[in-house]
Design a protein around this ligand. Structure first.
Ligand SMILES: Cc1cc2nc3c(=O)[nH]c(=O)nc-3n(C[C@H](O)[C@H](O)[C@H](O)COP(=O)(O)O)c2cc1C
Length: 218
């Protein structure tokens, strides 16, 4: 993950085509590198390669790749409307992605293409009782803010929130297939424990987690 220190950036966003010069980040907020929006595997090959992987090497995911991964997951692909790479129930856009790695946990901002640190401690082992999950260098944790789903009948909100997270997860599966990364969607998450860890308000629920890392050889 990025180092969360005060830094100056000269960055451009490929999507918006806007030049941001001398952008100062506050402590705890790290602007991600511009995501790479070209290249990758042809779609049909990525679909052919998609699979769940449960053993990861020690190799970390570099910031460039992390930025592209998060953009593929739920980045903004239509800046004019704020539309995302994944659909959501009535455009609720209620999925927040938290990124857990050896340095801590940070929250992804699609609008800023940035990460905001929320915990500065390795918390990966707390995400799931399934031991392999905590061995991944990076774990994406999906949180749905039901307060953003006011248009959905209350009885449908939780199901719709899980569907929306799962659609994001498929984007991640395809990105991983394309980049030679391994991943696995995890329903077996310690949802209560993670909600407490992240100090989530009552309206926000943990839906899934998704470890990401390079597959272990052999
Ligand atoms: C909603 C959902 C929840 C899942 N939860 C887990 C899980 O908790 N642990 C796990 O190892 N795999 C989990 N998986 C992955 C499935 O086990 C996996 O997709 C399935 O075995 C088929 O393998 P494949 O993805 O390689 O095609 C989950 C998949 C889905 C769609």
């Amino acid at each position: 993950m990025l180092t969360f220190s005060r830094r100056w950036f000269v960055a451009s966003t490929a999507v918006a085509g806007i030049m941001l010069s001398n952008l100062s980040t506050s402590i705890g907020l790290a602007k991600l590198p511009v995501p790479k929006l070209k290249g990758g595997m042809p779609l049909m090959q990525a679909l052919a390669a998609r699979r769940s992987t449960r053993a990861y090497s020690d190799q970390n995911i570099e910031d460039d790749m992390l930025s592209s991964l998060l953009w593929a997951a739920f980045g903004i692909n239509r800046p004019e409307s704020g539309g995302h790479t994944a659909p959501s129930w009535h455009g609720s856009m209620e999925t927040d992605i938290y990124v857990a790695d050896a340095k801590g946990v940070a929250k992804y901002s699609p609008a800023e293409q940035s990460l905001k640190s929320v915990i500065e401690k390795d918390s990966r082992a707390k995400v799931s009782p399934e031991p392999f999950v905590g061995t991944a260098p990076t774990i994406l944790v999906y949180v749905a803010d039901l307060a953003r789903m006011a248009k959905a009948p209350e009885a449908d909100q939780i199901q719709a929130a899980h569907v929306d997270s799962a659609v994001v997860a498929e984007n991640v599966y395809l990105f991983c297939a394309s980049e030679g990364l391994g991943t696995c969607l995890i329903g077996g998450v310690d949802k209560k424990g993670v909600a407490t860890l992240l100090h989530l308000p009552e309206s926000q629920i943990v839906t899934f987690a998704q470890p990401v890392g390079f597959p272990k050889a052999g």
